[in-house]
Design a binder for this molecule. Structure first.
Ligand code: A3P
Length: 307
């Protein structure tokens, strides 16, 4: 089903309702091509997220984990010290949209790819489990997601008010929304197939990044050896991918260029504050209670909750 949205939501991205989710219109051809033509490898890892929930961080962590044989995390010339994580791991549907599948074929195994699509829109070849392709999802307290989203979008549209962004998220008419359906699509998959879908929370990663890195590595089939543990490699990954380190890189400073699919967005737009709870600086208690209420109602009985 494809339907148009009221005009006020279309000022930033033209959204279309596509199988229950509001997709930016220009994502749809790439999504369909991805669904039809993606041929997974056994050791592929798809990194999935709702926008502004820790995609950039997850990309950095997964890249550092997967590449650590060729690029020890403490090495001074590590690619993550000169490249934005979005330049290390491609948006998979963008590759299909651009007819650049050769780039996918050329990626060394294990291939790391990224998507903002909900689980229900991933190709059958990924979700049926016929391949052993793995999926890692990161989610975040929707209240902090809204704040992050607003700051991000207003880089492209300075007039956008926080209230308008908040309303769009609450009524679900925001890119890849409704957010609760997006989160639930991966939550349910992770409950049904925990060996194929890993469900992470941004807040848990902040609390204990090392534990998240170990979990990620085990899930990706490349756990840290005793020798690596003793050498402090987990801590080195944490440090390499830390918010302060990444934000301070030349490539991620204002003016450092644009990133991938968000061609209008400079790379520094992906590093703002990197904390949990910033919503309290933007929302009235009533707004917070309203969004919490909507999310709680949608997640009720699923075993998933945001604190
Ligand atoms: P804030 O805007 O709240 O600071 P995404 O990567 O999905 O677009 O999400 C962006 C959010 O993740 C931003 O949140 C950004 O600051 C935060 N972020 C980016 N890199 C991070 C890192 N290395 N550690 C923690 N948070 C990070």
């Amino acid at each position: 089903l494809v339907a148009a949205l009221p005009r006020r939501h279309q000022s930033i991205l033209e959204l279309r309702l596509f199988h229950g989710f509001w997709l930016p219109e220009h994502w749809i051809p790439g999504t369909i091509a991805f669904q039809r033509r993606f041929s997974p490898r056994r050791d592929d890892v798809v990194l999935a997220s709702y926008p502004k929930c820790g995609t950039t961080w997850l990309k950095a962590l997964a890249f550092a984990v997967a590449a650590r044989g060729a690029h020890p995390p403490a090495a001074g010339d590590h690619p993550l010290r000169r490249l934005n994580p979005h330049d290390c791991i491609p948006f998979i549907d963008e590759i299909f949209a651009g007819g650049e599948e050769a780039k996918l074929h050329a990626l060394p195994s294990p291939r790391l790819m990224n998507t903002h699509l909900p689980y229900t829109l991933l190709p059958d070849s990924v979700v049926t489990g016929g391949s052993s392709c793995r999926v890692v999802y990161v989610c975040r307290d929707p209240k902090d997601m809204v704040v992050s989203l607003w700051h991000f979008l207003r880089r492209a549209e300075p007039e956008l008010s926080f209230a308008e962004t908040f309303e769009s998220v609450c009524d679900g008419t925001v890119a890849v929304g409704p957010v609760w359906d997006h989160v639930l699509s991966y939550w349910r998959a992770s409950v049904a197939c925990p060996d194929r879908v890993l469900f992470l929370k941004y807040e848990d990663l902040l609390l204990d990044t090392g534990a998240g890195v170990r979990r990620l590595a085990e899930f990706m089939g490349m756990p840290f050896s005793a020798a690596e543990e003793a050498a402090g490699d987990v801590e080195a990954v944490v440090e390499l991918c830390s918010f302060d380190k990444m934000k301070g890189l030349e490539v991620n400073k204002p003016g450092g260029g644009t990133a991938g699919r968000y061609k209008a967005m400079p790379r520094d737009a992906f590093f703002r504050k990197g904390v949990a709870g910033d919503w309290a600086n933007h929302m009235t208690p009533e707004m917070a209670a309203r969004l919490d209420g909507v999310v709680r109602e949608k997640l009720e009985g699923t075993g998933l909750a945001f604190a």
